[in-house]
Structure formats: C-alpha cells, structure tokens
Design a protein. Structure first.
Length: 178
C-alpha cells in the first residue's frame, strides 16, 4: 500500500475522532508540533525505525517526548511506530490538516514576492483570494523570492496564480512565437 493511501486512511480516522470529541483544533496545534519534531530530529526517526529496538522502548520514548500532548495524539504515534509507519507521520498530519481546512472552508496558500508583505497587504490578499476561490478564509504564508522581478505568484494546492512580470513576459513570448 502506498504511503499516500496509508496517510489518507489514518488522517480520515483522526478527522472522525477529532470531530466526535470536538478537539480538531487541538489536534491541529499538537500535530504541527509533532510534524516539527519529526522534520527536525533525524535521530528520533532513526531510533523509532531501528529494527533492534523493541516496541516497548519505542513507545516509552514516544510517551516521554510527547508527554504534554493529548493521549490520542500520543497513541497514534505509538501505533504508527508499532506498525512501522513512522515515515508516514508528516504526510498523515498534512492530510489531516487539509481535511479540517476543507471542512471549514479554509485554504492554505503560499505567496511569493520580491519583498516581505506588510500585514495590511497580506490581509487584503487573503480577503480577495478567499472571495475568488469561494473559501471562508485563506491561510497565507509569504515567501520572499528575489528571482521575481515584480508582482506576485500565489500557490494554492496544485494551482499557481502567476502575476509576476517574468510570468507575463513568458506568456507574451509564447504568444509571439505562435
């Protein structure tokens, strides 16, 4: 079974659990912490994947590292360690957050600009793109990209809205070459 299929199944189960217990927001906050730990701590991943370390020691470490998190979050990590699915954790978390955001009508977007946007500019962009996409809100992350001469490029999921000068020049070039 592919990692994406596994991630979606676990994310669906966690989504249903969070919905039943009315703790989806808490799950999101805690899963972001877990994702950060797994993305930045290769030693933890190596330990949890090691075949000579027994499940009891792995679960003990997980309980110790994540002791301040909700029991369902910790139990999920333990279950994934027992089933040798540690590598799927970041993907499961991404799918879970996407499910919650879809249920709330929220989209995550990345805006690429030549300079950092002010909070006012970011707010205006969030409002205008939320309307354009038919969403309740947009979570916007600003990435400064010096290769952009001017304008902005926004990525929402797999869709890219390119309003950069270089993008416009490329489109004009293609039109001329036709």
């Amino acid at each position: 079974m592919s990692e994406q299929v596994v991630a979606k199944r676990y994310a669906d189960a966690l989504f249903q659990l969070g919905k039943e217990k009315n703790i989806q927001e808490q799950f999101i906050k805690e899963f972001r912490i877990v994702r950060e730990v797994f993305n930045n701590n290769q030693q933890l991943i190596t330990f949890l994947k090691h075949p000579k370390v027994n499940d009891e020691k792995k679960e003990q470490l997980i309980a110790e590292v994540f002791k301040d998190l909700h029991k369902h979050v910790v139990n999920t990590i333990k279950l994934l360690a027992r089933r040798h699915r540690i590598a799927a954790i970041p993907s499961i978390i991404d799918h879970y957050i996407q499910l919650v955001n879809d249920a709330k009508g929220i989209a995550d977007a990345t805006v690429y600009t030549v300079r950092k946007l002010s909070e006012v500019e970011k707010g205006r962009l969030q409002v205008s793109f939320a309307k354009r996409m038919g969403k309740a809100a947009i979570n916007l992350v600003n990435v400064v990209d010096p290769s952009i001469v001017g304008g902005i490029k926004i990525r929402v999921g797999n869709t890219i809205y390119d309003g950069t000068i270089s993008g416009k020049l490329n489109r004009i070039s293609k039109e001329i070459s036709k």
